[in-house]
Design a protein. Structure first.
Length: 207
C-alpha cells in the first residue's frame, strides 16, 4: 500500500514507461522524493523542454533540435546512399558502429496487419519522394529480419522497381543479425559487418 495518492499517481506514470515495473517505478519516485526541490524541478523541466522542442527531421524523420537533422546537413555524408530503418533506435545502433557514412530514412515502424499498421501509417511516401529526386544511387534496407521487416522491405521494393530499372541499386544487411531479432539489440560488431557487407536485394529475400 502506498500511503499517498500523489506518490501513487507518480508511480503509475513512471510504470507506464516500457520495461519499468511498479517496484522499479516506486524506487525511482522515492529517489526523486528524496532530492531537493531544485533537482526535481530541473528533472521535470528537462522532460518538458525535450517534449516541446525535439522534432522530427523534415527530410529523414530522425530526431532533431532543428528542422533538418545533423546527419542530413553534414556535408561529409554520402548523399548517394539512403539507409532505411524502422525507428530512431535502429539509426542510433547503426551510427554507433561508425561504419556507415550515408543518409537515413526512418519509417516510424514496419508493416504489421496484425497490429493494424499499414503502409499509409509509415513514412514510405516521403521516402519515395526522396528517391524520385534522383540523387540517391543506392537504397539499403536495414530492417529487422522478421516477417514484418521483410514484408515492409518487399512492399517498398515493389514501389521502386521502375527506379531500379533507371539505375537505383537496392541492397540489404547481410543476415549476420539472427532471424527474428530486432536490429536495435544487435551488437555493434555484428551490425557493423552487416552494413559493410550488405548484399543486393531482390525478390528472393521475400519469404
Amino acid at each position: 500500500m502506498i500511503p499517498s495518492k500523489y506518490i501513487e499517481n507518480a508511480v503509475n506514470e513512471m510504470a507506464s514507461l516500457p520495461g519499468v515495473g511498479r517496484k522499479t517505478a516506486l524506487r525511482y519516485v522515492l529517489e526523486l522524493l528524496g532530492r531537493s526541490e531544485t533537482e526535481v524541478e530541473r528533472f521535470a523541466d528537462a522532460i518538458r523542454v525535450m517534449r516541446a522542442e525535439v522534432k522530427l527531421c523534415a527530410q529523414c524523420n530522425n530526431i532533431s533540435d532543428e528542422a533538418i537533422c545533423e546527419i542530413c546537413t553534414n556535408p561529409s555524408r554520402d548523399k548517394s546512399m539512403i539507409c532505411v530503418v524502422e525507428d530512431i533506435r535502429d539509426l542510433m545502433a547503426l551510427e554507433a558502429t561508425h561504419q556507415y557514412k550515408g543518409l537515413y530514412h526512418v519509417l516510424g515502424g514496419k508493416i504489421s496487419p496484425m497490429d493494424g499498421i499499414g503502409p499509409g501509417d509509415l513514412h514510405i511516401g516521403s521516402l519515395l519522394s526522396r528517391l524520385s529526386e534522383g540523387e540517391a544511387r543506392e537504397l539499403i534496407f536495414a530492417l529487422s529480419p522478421t516477417m514484418e521487416g521483410d514484408t515492409t522491405a518487399y512492399y517498398i521494393f515493389k514501389k521502386i522497381e521502375k527506379a531500379c530499372a533507371d539505375g537505383l541499386s537496392v541492397s540489404a544487411l547481410t543476415r549476420g543479425v539472427s532471424i527474428g531479432d530486432e536490429l536495435q539489440y544487435a551488437d555493434e560488431v555484428t551490425l557493423g559487418r552487416s552494413i559493410l557487407h550488405r548484399t543486393p536485394y531482390d525478390k528472393s529475400w521475400q519469404g
